[in-house]
Design a protein around this ligand. Structure first.
Ligand SMILES: Cc1ncc(COP(=O)(O)O)c(C=O)c1O
Length: 218
């Protein structure tokens, strides 16, 4: 089979570890799983009830493209509850996880060869998803005094088309404060750099609340 150049990305090694663990388990080995972060809580009761009902009623067809309107409304309300933001539900799009959202947002924001900044250390798959779209991941070497997060100067000096920021981040768990986030977003806008905020770990925080990058927009 002929493969595209852009599909030639490094493996996500954790998945190889998972597969080796599965085979070892099948062969009777006792495995203590520490390879991926699995959810520590079950699905919410109401969600389980709703899905079970829909499946038993054979409601398995397509939904509307951007996601169920009631779900989009509810997510916009959640932004109100958590962040006091009046978010228009039309701006909420339901995707299959955040990787699905990356592919959609990168496709809609960038052209082939565009440069997208990612923090180092950072979540390894950003690089592979970007490469698979013929985009150039630009490692931003972060500093401990900046909590291993990019700073506005990084946006200015790297000739970027986009920047991806995760707060809380993986693997450091560090969060940017409200003012820093605002500065990063403003600098990105001023320099015509698209700002992508990976908020997958919102809700998993201890002493302080994480801040949201969306703005009031009805
Ligand atoms: C920071 C970060 N973003 C995105 C993802 C991928 O999330 P999903 O499984 O929803 O695609 C992960 C998974 O570990 C992650 O750590």
């Amino acid at each position: 089979m002929k493969n595209s150049k852009r599909s030639n990305v490094d493996p996500f090694i954790v998945m190889d570890v998972m597969e080796s663990a599965r085979i070892a388990e099948k062969n009777g080995k006792h495995i203590i799983h520490m390879e991926v972060g699995q959810p520590g809580t079950p699905a919410p009761k109401l969600a389980k009830k709703f899905i079970t009902k829909e499946i038993s009623n054979n409601n398995l067809g397509y939904t509307v493209t951007l996601g169920l309107p009631a779900l989009r409304e509810r997510i916009s309300k959640l932004y109100g509850d958590w962040y006091n933001i009046d978010l228009n539900p039309n701006r909420v799009v339901i995707t299959v996880g955040s990787s699905g959202a990356f592919i959609l947002s990168f496709t809609s924001l960038f052209n082939i060869g565009d440069r997208v900044g990612i923090a180092a250390p950072g979540y390894p798959s950003y690089r592979q998803i970007l490469k698979s779209q013929d985009l150039i991941p630009v490692d931003i070497q972060t500093e401990i005094q900046n909590k291993f997060q990019p700073i506005p100067e990084d946006i200015k000096k790297n000739n970027l088309n986009g920047i991806l920021v995760a707060s809380p981040a993986n693997p450091t768990g560090s969060m940017v404060d409200k003012e820093t986030l605002k500065n990063l977003i403003n600098t990105a806008h001023e320099n015509n750099v698209s700002f992508i905020s990976d908020e997958i770990y919102h809700g998993i925080q201890y002493e302080k609340k994480s801040h949201n990058s969306a703005r009031n927009n009805r």
